[in-house]
Design a protein around this ligand. Structure first.
Ligand SMILES: [Zn+2]
Length: 289
């Protein structure tokens, strides 16, 4: 089977990006898988600590296995934004395909030491597990649509030299740098620092994938440019949450007598499919499996 790291390598040489979509419900999982099957894209499903506690780690694994069989496409689970070594080990033990160990709020040496431990633990289990580390940090939360303007503090952005040191020391498969995007959606459109992406890409090895978090609310042209500059993986969460939740609210409002959830969430699933379809086209991820 083609591994997730294989897809990143193909994406890097072909200048496209693997889409990463967060879910917390089965119907959302299906909405992503429906579109990935329709378009021939690998499905990378993100589950933050909160999302995987909600769905259940073992249940998430069982769903991955069942949907792989049902859809006949590569489906990978990523333990997104895992904030401790123990939580990362737990996801590796459960069988996740990918771990994002995010110790970016710690100082650099602690971040390196913790990430290194997770890489070693993952390699012991299987060389197919893809591990992502993070240097620099995003200042906001993916569960929010902010009514205010949010500035990106310069000290939160990734210094290319630190990124290089981090990658060399930890041996990660993917690096998430902070390059101007935000988690969540702000009143202002975030500006990607393309120059910084270019510098980081030039200084880290080709086999290390570059990940853009906070893909929601970024201009399409910026995403295209970022991918051309060397981003191989784009995370989308808030735009999916907005599409899903707003459609669900509308269904409930339109038919207040309806209480069958599977009927109410059909419009929400469709709203999510529209966003996933749009993003996969934007990322150049169509017909890649
Ligand atoms: Zn993120």
């Amino acid at each position: 089977m083609t591994t997730l790291n294989d897809f990143f390598h193909t994406a890097h040489s072909g200048s496209w990006a693997v889409g990463h979509f967060n879910i917390s419900e089965l119907d959302q999982f299906r909405a992503v898988a429906d579109v990935c099957k329709e378009l021939g894209s690998p499905a990378m499903i993100g589950l933050s600590e909160g999302e995987r506690n909600h769905i259940g780690m073992r249940a998430a694994m069982a769903l991955r296995n069942a949907l792989r069989e049902e859809y006949g496409i590569p489906i990978f689970l990523n333990a997104d934004h895992t904030h401790s070594v123990d939580a990362a080990k737990e996801a590796i033990d459960a069988g996740f395909d990918s771990i994002h160990i995010d110790l970016s709020k710690m100082d650099m040496d602690e971040n390196i030491a913790g990430t290194e431990t997770v890489v070693a633990y993952a390699r012991k289990q299987s060389h197919d597990i893809s591990v992502e580390g993070e240097v620099g940090y995003l200042v906001t939360d993916s569960s929010k649509v902010y009514a205010r303007h949010i500035a990106v503090p310069p000290e939160s952005l990734t210094d290319p030299k630190s990124a290089q040191r981090f990658v060399e020391r930890t041996g990660v498969d993917r690096l998430a740098p902070a390059v101007g995007s935000l988690h969540g959606i702000a009143a202002n459109t975030p500006q990607l620092d393309i120059g910084r992406i270019k510098e980081i890409r030039a200084i880290i090895p080709d086999h290390v994938a570059l990940v853009l978090h906070g893909g929601s609310g970024v201009r399409d042209e910026d995403i295209t440019l970022a991918i051309r500059t060397g981003i191989n993986n784009v995370h989308v969460s808030t735009e999916l949450r907005v599409a899903y939740t707003h459609a669900l609210q509308q269904s409930i409002e339109d038919d207040p007598d309806e209480v069958a959830m599977y009927k109410l969430d059909e419009a929400a699933m469709e709203a999510m499919r529209v966003v996933v379809r749009e993003k996969l086209h934007l990322f150049g991820a169509v017909s890649r499996i």
